[in-house]
Design a protein around this ligand. Structure first.
Ligand code: KG4
Ligand code: ZN
Length: 349
């Protein structure tokens, strides 16, 4: 069984060809074209601009994906596409392209929820999660805890009340003058910083539910940034410097480390809390923020302590890609008439 997966829900134009053989899903090709460099210039995503770039990229990306997989349309058993949630202009590019291809190539069309797709990056390869499995989705738009009891069977436990974890990384990065997307930028700076210098409130600490909240953290960071440069380097026992920008850089590293540490702590705490209520033996993480190595390290430590198996996709499969969409499609149903599929920007779990 070979599936072409198409993903265009945000600023990426992505496609992949995956094969299911001997009970395991393998990537034959995986191509991602991003307009992130354009977004970096403007400090975020401009929806119309993202969609315009995707219209230009979608056919070349699909052609390149098929070429790399050494697969013609005849070799495909189905086409899968993200139909929501996401930016409507972006979703339409993928959905309409998939509808046309499914019709002219006479292939089944399998609609995939982008959020479910993120989780299925964990089903690529041999070492896949076993049910029941706790799922943490941490992306630019979502922060959700879900309990999966089987394919297509899950219970929503909680989610963010305001900003998503990735959104908080991005907004804090902007406050620090770092480019979009901010998560990797903060992580890079954080690795050089002292996470204990700035005290930030851990969101929802002590709350016994499975909800998250990150808008307060962003405000706390904004208030600290206003005071930059905070302490001259002499006062912190650092080599005296004539260059004030070095002091600012120092502040940025320490604050980045505190931001990363606070977001990671809040996520890990909720996973531990959920495991107390639902003592399952498998935990999977998904979404762009799952590419954060500090989050993975801390979850691994807890996983070993609690004798829980942790599943995290490799970083390139955490951020948006077509492979996760094709992977999810192996467990989803095809739509009867491809031309009736509608993009749904507000689709939820
Ligand atoms: O899943 P994704 O690619 O797109 C959405 O569906 O939203 O997630 C993008 C988010 C961005 O907020 C980005 O800053 C964050 O994932 N991200 C990271 C890292 N890599 C990407 N956050 C923290 N650390 C990273 N290494
Ligand atoms: Zn995503």
């Amino acid at each position: 069984m070979v599936i072409l997966g198409i993903e265009t829900s945000c600023d990426e134009t992505a496609a992949a060809v995956l094969e299911q053989k001997n009970n395991s899903i393998q990537i034959l090709s995986n191509v991602v074209a991003s307009s992130a460099s354009l977004q970096a210039k403007y400090g975020g995503i401009i929806p119309e601009q993202a969609a315009r770039e995707q219209i230009k990229a979608i056919i070349p990306v699909i052609e390149e994906t098929l070429r790399q997989a050494q697969c013609s349309s005849k070799g495909l058993d189905a086409i899968a596409v993200t139909y929501g949630p996401g930016l409507i202009g972006s979703l339409l590019v993928g959905v309409e392209t998939a509808k046309v291809l499914a019709t002219i190539w006479q292939k089944p069309l399998i609609p995939v929820n982008h959020l479910i797709g993120h989780f299925y990056a964990n089903w690529i390869g041999k070492d896949v999660p076993h049910f029941p499995c706790l799922g943490l989705l941490v992306s630019g738009g979502h922060t959700d805890l879900v309990l999966f009891t089987n394919h297509g069977k899950y219970k929503y436990l909680g989610g963010t009340r305001d900003d998503a974890a990735g959104e908080c990384f991005d907004k804090c990065a902007r406050l620090l003058g770092l480019p979009y997307p901010g998560g990797p930028e903060i992580a890079k700076l954080a690795s050089q910083g002292d996470a204990l210098r700035f005290k930030l409130p851990v969101p929802m600490k002590g709350h016994k539910d499975f909800d998250f909240s990150y808008s307060g953290l962003k405000t706390a960071v904004a208030n600290i940034v206003k005071t930059f440069p905070v302490i001259p380097s002499e006062a912190r026992n650092l080599p005296t410097s004539e260059d004030p920008s070095l002091v600012v850089q120092d502040d940025k590293q320490d604050l980045a480390a505190a931001i990363e540490n606070t977001i990671v702590t809040s996520l890990v705490d909720k996973v531990i809390l959920a495991l107390k209520t639902y003592p399952v033996k498998n935990v999977m993480v998904a979404g762009g923020v799952a590419a954060n190595q500090e989050l993975v390290r801390k979850l691994k430590v807890q996983g070993e302590k609690l004798k829980v198996k942790l599943h995290v996709p490799p970083p390139q499969l955490c951020t948006d890609n077509g492979a996760m969409i094709a992977s999810a499609a192996f467990f989803e149903k095809q739509i009867k008439d491809p031309l009736t599929l509608q993009a749904d920007p507000n689709l939820s779990l």
